[in-house]
Design a binder for this molecule. Structure first.
Ligand code: BDR
Ligand code: CA
Length: 310
């Protein structure tokens, strides 16, 4: 059994990613730690609890973490995910409650329980994980691998011309992780933009017809669907679910490579830009695995399978 910890700024696509992990029988999500990002912290915590209830499998403890980035003011994304982060769905309050204790401590303590075995999936700004790495130096040895949703990878940004949301919210935290020796697989925003991984109108119809959770997945992404529509795009992308899929199903990855990477955390217009040394132009040692593409059809089929009515 693989042991996972999911760190999330739970909104619509985080929820889909969590549903996938919680419904995959070969892994156990040992804890969910929440960070402010898409929405303020309390909204993200509520969404994490709702999502665990929706998954209807088991109930990992949920820990609230940082209410904002390490050094900068919080930037949120309700304009993409809705005021409630879940497509303005008017969801009832969850019965589940958050656990006592801080997410940063929970990351450290969970890794201490599974030294060399814990796989961490980060779906939001890296603030909680960076603080945990700074607090407990041994964490670098205890974590088996971190799967990160963030950065533009091979493509453009979605918050600035060069920066992706999770990396731009807290680039100092990204710098902390990239400077650590924890093995990392980084799934950029470009991966979910690939035509075969993108959720097109026909995929929306398939999801809606597939199951109750399939309809939930479409409904909680409704604000994103409308946002895209105004940009002239139909359908929606699933950045966090493609990241969880890369973690759960390595056989789905069609291209990955090792590279030296860094994040711009010092300039103004470039803040949050993730730089990958594709051409090996520096003499720096590789510090990350870049997941460059997934088998999109396999990803969608697996998503439908995991969401099936039981
Ligand atoms: C990332 O930013 C958030 O809005 C999504 O949840 C995802 O984690 C995509 O850039
Ligand atoms: Ca997210």
């Amino acid at each position: 059994m693989r042991h996972f910890l999911i760190d999330t700024d739970t909104a619509s696509d985080d929820a889909v990613a969590m549903l996938m992990a919680l419904r995959e029988p070969s892994v156990r999500v040992e804890a969910v730690t929440v960070v402010a990002g898409n929405c303020p912290l309390n909204v993200c915590v509520r969404n994490a609890l709702i999502t665990i209830e929706k998954a209807n499998t088991y109930t990992p403890p949920v820990y609230a973490g940082r209410h904002g980035p390490m050094l900068r003011p919080l930037v949120t994304a309700e304009f993409v995910h809705g005021q409630d982060g879940m497509g303005d769905m008017d969801l009832p309050e969850p019965a589940l409650k958050a656990a006592n204790g801080h997410a940063v401590n929970a990351i450290i303590e969970t890794a201490r329980r599974f030294p060399g075995e814990l796989e961490v999936v980060t779906l939001g700004p890296l603030t909680n994980l960076a603080l945990a790495l700074l607090m407990e130096p041994q964490l670098e040895d205890w974590i088996k691998r971190v799967y990160v949703m963030g950065g533009g990878g091979l493509g453009p940004g979605n918050m600035s011309p060069v920066a992706e949301f999770n990396f731009m919210v807290d680039a100092e935290a990204v710098h902390v992780l990239l400077s650590s020796k924890v093995p990392k697989s980084i799934v950029g925003w470009d991966v979910c933009q690939a035509d075969d991984a993108y959720i097109h109108p026909q995929d929306i119809e398939r999801l809606k017809a597939s199951s109750e959770l399939g309809r939930f997945v479409v409904r909680c992404n409704e604000t994103l669907i409308q946002f895209n529509h105004q940009l002239g795009l139909e359908g929606f992308d699933l950045p966090d679910p493609t990241t969880v899929a890369a973690a759960l199903y390595p056989e789905m990855i069609t291209r990955q490579f090792e590279s030296y990477t860094y994040v711009d955390h010092q300039s103004d217009k470039g803040y949050g830009q993730f730089v990958v040394d594709f051409q090996r132009l520096t003499t720096e040692k590789e510090n990350a695995t870049i997941v460059a593409s997934l088998d999109g059809q396999m990803f969608k089929d697996k998503l439908i399978e995991l969401l099936a009515d039981q």
